[in-house]
Write a protein that binds this ligand. Structure first.
Ligand code: CA
Length: 357
């Protein structure tokens, strides 16, 4: 993580230093987000890219950021970037699993790497190259676009004590995790963000997952469901910047550097914003709603989830060689990265906890 910031800061300094020599070509782009314009901290990343390139280019390269309330196609962002109606998009790669199942790896997968490890894979473990390979057929380039870290497992009306408690449970949970839960008998649905609160409040669903405290607090789920489960399903949800390849190729070299540098800096910033936002929101929730019960799924339930997840991934790998290539790349990198995480970050936290006991 630290190296991401350092590289971003160094390249930004370089780009700024080079500013006086740049071309004065006027370029005006549009960016479509999968979110409404008010959904912080997700929207911070594209807004900050727009601000940075405008400043770095002395106002010559601008990007107009449009929310889903304007273009009305939150799940059409890849198509709109591909078609050139928008030169850029900001979204989440796992939304495109119906177009290409390998896209899930550039967002997050159940029981996958955490954000530090996954950034290592993107920038130093072949992730960027594999991502380019997956997205090439769309005529679109894909870049990391901000990370939520480990997401919470969701808000539940009832405690989950056994696999039986999951059977027939109606839950909103998207992506690969939804497929895993469906295997365990959960009645999985996907509901637009705007309808989540009423669906849970009225009992249309029994449980839902959204993101984590920073974003959940604004939705108010803590007022209507007592159990807040810890995560397993989205350990490092990476958002994405999509860039139309033809539009990118036409950019002057300086603008390309500005754009790529700004995207990397904004990605690191969103990760920080979300971490700080969640720490703040969780502190507030604990004070104002002391009855929120944080739970972790029982070990026997998690074991079955893990087994179902492995089976599902292997089924996709058997029928899709690119999926297998990306999966193997992530598994190999995760093994190496986790060995380091275990004796560094994890060991540090664990040691402090033991000292406090
Ligand atoms: Ca989520």
């Amino acid at each position: 993580m630290k190296s991401v910031f350092r590289v971003a800061a160094a390249t930004i300094a370089l780009a700024l230093f080079a500013a006086p020599a740049m071309a004065a070509e006027k370029v005006h782009w549009k960016l479509a987000m999968s979110w409404s314009s008010t959904l912080t901290p997700f929207v911070n990343a594209p807004n900050s890219v727009a601000k940075m390139v405008e400043e770095m280019s002395g106002g010559n390269f601008t990007i107009r950021v449009e929310g889903a309330e304007k273009h009305k196609a939150p799940l059409g962002v890849l198509d709109m970037t591909k078609g050139g109606q928008y030169e850029m998009g900001h979204s989440a790669s796992y939304y495109w699993k119906g177009k290409d199942i390998s896209t899930v790896f550039y967002c997050t997968v159940p029981f996958g790497m955490n954000a530090d490890e996954q950034y290592g894979w993107f920038y130093h473990g072949g992730g960027m190259e594999l991502m380019a390979k997956t997205y090439d057929k769309f005529g679109v380039m894909n870049f990391p676009g901000g990370n939520t870290g480990v997401q919470m497992g969701g808000w539940f009306q009832k405690e989950i004590n056994s696999l039986e408690d999951l059977k027939g449970l109606k839950m909103r949970i998207p992506g690969m995790a939804g497929e895993v839960f469906a295997k365990l008998g959960v009645n999985v649905t996907n509901i637009p963000p705007g309808e989540l609160y009423t669906s849970l409040d009225r009992g249309t669903i029994d449980a839902l997952e959204w993101v984590g405290p920073a974003m959940d607090i604004k939705m108010g789920f803590h007022k209507i469901a007592p159990y807040y489960y810890t995560g397993w399903h989205e350990p490092a949800t990476e958002l994405q910047f999509l860039v139309n390849k033809k539009a990118y190729d036409k950019l002057p070299a300086e603008y390309k550097t500005m754009l790529v540098t700004a995207m990397k800096a904004a990605t690191a910033d969103m990760f920080i914003d979300n971490f700080a936002g969640s720490a703040e929101a969780w502190s507030q929730m604990q004070t104002e709603f002391p009855n929120i019960k944080v739970k972790t799924f029982p070990k026997e339930v998690l074991k079955v989830m893990k087994k179902a997840s492995d089976e599902l991934m292997n089924e996709y790998a058997a029928s899709d060689p690119v999926f297998k290539e990306v999966m193997d790349s992530q598994l190999a990198y995760a093994k190496k990265a986790r060995a380091w995480t275990n004796i560094s970050e994890y060991n540090y936290i664990q040691t402090l906890q033991e000292l406090a006991e």
